[in-house]
Design a protein around this ligand. Structure first.
Ligand code: ADP
Ligand code: MG
Length: 455
């Protein structure tokens, strides 16, 4: 800044120096006085230029700044007159900016936005002929909807009646209806009057797919109903026994002897249901954090077998484990994988035949291009018929409800297994032949260093 100030000052100083030199030459001013006067005028000029020049630079920057009232520039301005000037610049620049925005308000842009809108949108005239349809509508209802009657694409009496009402200009309408192109879907249809009068009007319908929301609502309602039912059944039995023991069988020692074990069994069943429900909600809570521990599945399975060996011995069931060294360490959550093996081995034993064998085999697999292990638990039981297989992992779903209840099942075991396997980003598969038995397969990622060492 300094050389610039000096240069400008020297230029402005020149006329006064010429005037003083002329006065000295004409003898009107002594040389010494002339020199002093020149120095004073130079100092004065530098001071003035120093005051004005930075403000001119700020104003230049302010004008060039992209934003109106750019804080980077305004924060450096202290001179009141310059601030006033900047305000005037704001007023000049503002309309320019607004004119710039006009190019974004072109109808083309709106058309483009509507065509890419992820919700199906159809515009139809007063004869109910579709005049325009966006991409999402064409994908949902087919390429021939334009130019056809609305009833050809949205064949639902409620939609057509609502469309007619809107076209008559009565009021906009929001309806919920079901369409079944390939599978049944629930939609909300917003039908809106766009303009025109009776006989010459336009309206549009925008569809919003509610299927997932309605399904989730139904699942939640079913779940609450099922959970209440599961708890109510043993609770009713318990209340019945308590009333009998308080009333008619008050002093009947033999009745007490008979009832207490059943009451204990019913209470245990309730505890099991509550424990399983809590397990499910805990897994759901941590669903987003992928497990990272190294878990030895061979040891985990042996521990579970140890915990059910009394029941196995009573049924004369034997376990055969074939898990090679290199396939025994997986990436997972120890506690959750214990639950998986507990539930699957428990089922194999519960639904397996007397004097049968349960085989647990590990084979190498791939999961998303990474080394994995598939653990198969094969029983020789009654099997599960194919119509039940897709629903087996739903909460409280049982292939044979009465049998599951007698065996102390909650109907939540496989739902827990499925959730845990999903949490591990693994795979769960079931194969079964009625009368022969079932195979439950769980695929999990092998721990990387172990996989590298072994293969
Ligand atoms: N190994 C199996 N063999 C035959 N049926 C099975 C087997 N495992 C599960 N099932 C069926 O799947 C249903 C759901 O299993 P699960 O969720 O563990 O509930 P439960 O508490 O009844 O064992 C069971 O009720 C049973 O009908
Ligand atoms: Mg079970």
């Amino acid at each position: 800044m300094m050389p610039e100030i000096l240069r400008k000052s020297l230029i402005l100083w020149v006329p006064s120096v010429i005037a003083l030199a002329a006065m000295v030459a004409l003898g009107d001013l002594a040389i010494f006085m002339g020199i002093i006067a020149s120095c004073i005028t130079l100092a004065g000029t530098i001071a003035m230029v120093n005051l004005i020049l930075p403000n001119i630079t700020y104003i230049k920057e302010y004008w060039a700044a992209e934003k109106i009232g750019d804080a980077n520039v305004t924060s450096r301005i202290t001179n009141a007159a310059t601030i006033d000037l900047c305000r005037t610049i704001d007023q000049i620049k503002r309309p320019q900016k607004e004119t710039k925005n006009e190019k974004y308000e072109h109808p083309e842009i709106l058309n483009k936005a509507l065509s890419y809108l992820p919700y199906p949108l159809l515009i139809f005239d007063s004869q109910r002929y579709v005049t325009q349809a966006n991409q999402a509508a064409i994908e949902l209802l087919g390429p021939n909807i334009r130019g056809a009657d609305l009833s050809a694409s949205l064949r639902h009496p409620d939609v057509l009646e609502a469309a007619d009402t809107v076209l008559e200009g009565k009021r906009n309408n929001l309806i919920e209806f079901e369409l079944s192109n390939t599978i049944q879907h629930t939609y909300a249809g917003h039908i809106i009057h766009l303009g025109g009068t009776h006989g010459d009007s336009l309206a549009m319908v925008v569809l919003h797919d509610l299927t997932a929301i309605r399904r989730a609502e139904k699942m939640r309602a079913d779940f609450v109903a099922n959970a209440s039912h599961e708890l109510r059944t043993p609770l009713t039995a318990l209340l019945g026994f308590i009333e009998t023991l308080q009333g008619p069988a008050k002093r009947d020692a033999s009745a007490r002897e008979r009832f207490l074990p059943i009451m204990h069994q019913q209470a245990t069943r309730m505890v099991r249901v509550v424990d399983d429900l809590l397990s499910l909600s805990r897994i759901e809570m941590h669903e987003h954090a992928v497990p990272t521990q190294h878990v030895n599945i061979k040891t985990a399975i042996e521990t579970v077998i140890g915990s059910i060996e009394v029941e196995a011995a009573a049924k004369e069931v034997i376990f055969k484990i074939a898990i090679p060294e290199g396939l025994s360490i997986v990436v997972g959550d120890k506690h959750e994988l214990d639950q998986v093996f507990q539930n699957l081995l428990d089922n194999a034993l519960k639904y397996g035949h007397q004097k049968s064998t349960i085989q647990i085999t590990a084979t190498k697999a791939m999961l998303d291009g990474k080394d994995a292990v598939t653990l198969a638990i094969k029983d020789e039981g009654e099997g599960i018929s194919s119509e039940h297989l897709p629903r087996l992992t739903e909460r409280f779903y049982r292939a044979d409800t009465a049998r599951s209840r007698t065996l102390g099942g909650t109907g939540l075991g496989l739902a827990i297994v499925k959730h845990i396997v999903n949490h591990h980003r693994g795979l769960l598969a079931v194969e079964s032949i009625v009368g022969k038995g079932s195979i439950f397969k769980v695929t999990l990622l092998l721990a990387a260093e172990v996989a590298n060492e072994s293969f």
